[in-house]
Design a protein around this ligand. Structure first.
Ligand SMILES: *[C@@H]1O[C@H](CO)[C@@H](O)[C@H](O)[C@H]1NC(C)=O
Ligand SMILES: *[C@@H]1O[C@H](CO)[C@@H](O)[C@H](O)[C@H]1NC(C)=O
Ligand SMILES: [Zn+2]
Ligand SMILES: [Zn+2]
Length: 442
């Protein structure tokens, strides 16, 4: 398969020092790209195809690094469009390539994986796999990125550079983005965009913010060991249930007493396994949870204190504890939105949807493995609203009753395509400049 011609020149391009407008097109001409792409995406045959793709993926949900059929479906659709791609990347990942094959390179990312949960929605395209469900909208993300691929391929003669389409495995805790990076996916990429559907905001609107948009995240699991025995004779036992209970209370003091109140952090114990009978004190208890923060420093500090508190509080109760953070490098970075790309997003989305449909949002303490990309190169993550008062209520992500408002697929496809196309136009001059500089130096 023809693979995009990645140039070997590495562009040391920091978006922070870009002059704002270096584009030869007028702002009206740029705005026209956004509105034209939305019209294109709303053509009935394109909408019908995206809906069909989304439903086919929804019926056959696959977990992280097992997205073989999803990946195959994507490659078949790319083949039909005549789009070259690289496969496999990180087991099931696919990177499609549209445009000139020359710099600048801009990436658009969609995640492909489902969740290990049973769908409770009764409809024609319900998950056919018991215990697996697309409850986070990644089926829609893939459909929208394929929609963008179609728009871009049909306008490829107008592209001033190359757009790479990242179909990423294992977003839900598997760190698929990290595996893609290790496979060289970000080589020479100047910027990357991604979107996520949300039931919080209205259909036809988008929301985002510059700077931190999602938290950094870690998970932990601890085993608290005591000595089991008869529940009526506690003096002959070492009770891990009481120890674990006090550990959980002590962990709640980390954020309330040790963190700066203006530096948002979360510690949640979400798992407690211990005991099986009401008259037996068990040998051990397992607890587990997550911690979140908006800076690496705060995240690492939380991690160290979680371990100290669990171990020391276990000792208070004559128990022993071991704490597992699932490898030192398992921390997810904070998802950070580049400021220059934020302005680009405001322009592109404002031109397409109207400025009143481009909303500022507060940082939320959820996390995304998109952060591994945006930690390394300028990245931008935004939310695509689904709420529509004329329709039934849409449940939040990870609910077994989660559904997608399929009306929003054209918005996602058109936004992806416009963000990338206009990025290439508006940042093209600078890329040539930087390429020449690199060559001069050599
Ligand atoms: C909301 O739903 C109604 C009824 O289906 C539809 O006519 C309207 O276009 C929808 N609005 C958006 C923004 O999708
Ligand atoms: C805790 O660990 C120490 C040292 O290994 C051991 O002597 C003790 O029996 C352990 N206590 C419990 C309750 O497991
Ligand atoms: Zn999710
Ligand atoms: Zn998700």
């Amino acid at each position: 398969m023809g693979i995009c011609k990645f140039v070997s020149v590495i562009l040391f391009l920091s978006l922070f020092c870009l002059p704002i407008s270096i584009c030869s097109l007028s702002s009206a001409e740029l705005a026209e790209i956004s509105t034209n792409f939305l019209n294109y995406a709303q053509k009935p045959e394109l909408v019908k195809w995206m809906v069909d793709v989304r439903r086919r993926i929804h019926e056959n949900p696959e977990l992280g690094f097992e997205e073989f059929e999803t990946s195959k479906l994507i490659r078949e659709e790319l083949d039909k469009m005549g789009i070259a791609y690289k496969y496999p990347i990180a087991v099931t990942g696919v990177i499609g390539c549209v445009g000139s094959g020359e710099p600048p390179f801009v990436a658009l990312r969609a995640d492909m994986d489902a969740l290990p949960m049973q769908e409770m929605v009764e409809w024609d395209h319900k998950s056919k796999i018991p215990g697996k469900m697309h409850a986070c909208g990644h089926d829609a993300h893939v459909a929208m990125l394929l929609g963008a691929a179609k728009i871009l391929q049909d306008h490829r003669h107008k592209l001033k550079g190359t757009i790479t389409l990242f179909f990423q495995p294992a977003e839900e805790g598997g760190g698929g983005s990290k595996r893609m990076i290790e496979s060289g996916a970000l080589q020479n990429i100047d910027a990357i965009f991604a979107l996520h559907v949300t039931a919080r905001t209205r259909a036809g609107s988008v929301s985002s913010r510059p700077g931190p948009i999602l938290a950094g995240c870690g998970i932990f699991e601890a085993v608290i060991s005591g000595k089991g025995g008869h529940a009526a004779i506690p003096q002959h036992t070492i009770d891990p249930i009481l120890a674990a209970s006090n550990i959980i209370l002590s962990l709640q003091h980390l954020v309330s007493r040790e963190a700066d109140p203006l530096d948002s952090q979360v510690v949640t114990v979400a798992k407690f396994h211990g005991g099986g009978a009401s008259n037996v004190i068990p040998d051990s208890v397992t607890i587990g949870g997550t911690f979140r923060a908006l800076s690496k420093k705060s995240l690492v500090k939380l991690m160290h204190r979680i371990e100290e508190v669990i171990v020391a509080q276990a000792v208070v109760h004559r128990c022993n504890a071991t704490v597992d953070f699932f490898a030192d490098d398992s921390l997810y970075p904070v998802t950070y939105n580049n400021e220059v790309l934020h302005q680009h997003f405001i322009n592109v989305a404002g031109d397409m949807l109207g400025t009143e449909k481009v909303e500022d949002m507060k940082t939320i303490m959820g996390s995304e493995d998109f952060s591994f990309f945006s930690e390394l190169i300028p990245g931008y993550f935004f939310f695509l609203g689904m709420k529509n008062e004329s329709l039934k209520k849409f449940e939040t992500a990870h609910s077994p009753y989660f559904t997608i408002n399929e009306d929003v697929l054209p918005y996602g496809a058109a936004l992806h395509a416009s963000l990338a196309t206009r990025y290439l136009l508006e940042f093209e001059a600078l890329s040539h400049l930087s390429k020449r500089n690199v060559r001069d130096e050599l």
